[in-house]
Write a protein that binds this ligand. Structure first.
Ligand SMILES: Nc1nc2c(ncn2[C@@H]2O[C@H](COP(=O)(O)OP(=O)(O)OP(=O)(O)O)[C@@H](O)[C@H]2O)c(=O)[nH]1
Ligand SMILES: C=C(OP(=O)(O)O)C(=O)O
Length: 200
């Protein structure tokens, strides 16, 4: 557990989320919600706190039931992350602020902990393709400066340590049916299993 780390997790409005998973399920919003809940449940024991940034009241209600706070933020992923990071920074200016994507339904707490332990300052974990980013950590007391989007791994590598190690579940963000197949092999979280039942 890293008691000096607080994570911002952005969760897009469910009706607009995971459009690349069209055809995988009849209920895409329910699957996007399950991804976020499994990701956050796995992350909680690894850090001091998790704050979700979401405009979606259904997401906020589910998180509240888990004891996780959320606040609405501005439109856009980097905008939402900057907003959330600034809220956390105001609460404690010395902390490490991180951004964790909400689409890691196979995430294991121990793998996140290994990656967090390997970080020696500003650092990021590339996705399994090596082009995107699943986790970004600020240096203590510094701004998060998120550069998520196409080619974000290269953008983050300009000034952040690359975290690559034995944490496949942290690297497998699920955007496509192929990602979901791999996540199923790695072991899906319970909410995602339930949403896809009887697949697992
Ligand atoms: N709060 C917030 N979160 C966002 C926003 N856009 C993306 N996210 C989150 O950012 C992470 C990565 O998003 P994407 O992989 O691009 O997910 P997506 O937009 O649902 O998927 P596609 O429709 O397939 O592009 C997920 O945790 C999303 O929930 C946004 O505008 N606001
Ligand atoms: C926004 C990103 O993720 P995705 O590929 O999931 O859209 C990113 O990796 O920076």
């Amino acid at each position: 557990m890293r008691a000096d780390v607080d994570l911002v997790v952005p969760v897009k409005t469910l009706q607009r989320a995971k459009t690349r998973l069209v055809g995988v399920t009849d209920d895409r919003p329910a699957l996007a919600l399950a991804f976020a809940l499994d990701t956050i449940a796995a992350a909680l024991p690894a850090v001091r706190s998790v704050l979700a940034i979401t405009e979606d009241p259904a997401v906020a209600a589910e998180l509240r039931a888990m004891g996780v706070g959320s606040i609405p933020g501005p439109e856009g992923l980097n905008e939402a992350l900057r907003f959330g990071a600034a809220v956390l920074r105001r609460r404690d200016r010395h902390r490490v602020v991180g951004a964790l994507q909400a689409d890691l339904p196979a995430l294991r707490t121990d793998e996140l902990e290994l990656a967090l332990a390997a970080a020696g300052g500003r650092a990021f974990c590339p996705d399994r393709q090596g082009t995107g980013t699943t986790l970004l950590l600020s240096a203590p007391g510094q701004d998060l400066e998120p550069r998520f989007g196409v080619g974000s791994a290269e953008a983050h590598a300009a000034d952040a340590q690359v975290l690559v190690g034995p944490w496949p579940t942290l690297r497998n963000d699920v955007d496509t049916a192929a990602d979901l197949e791999l996540a199923t092999r790695l072991g899906l979280g319970p909410r995602t299993c339930e949403a896809l039942s009887p697949v697992c």
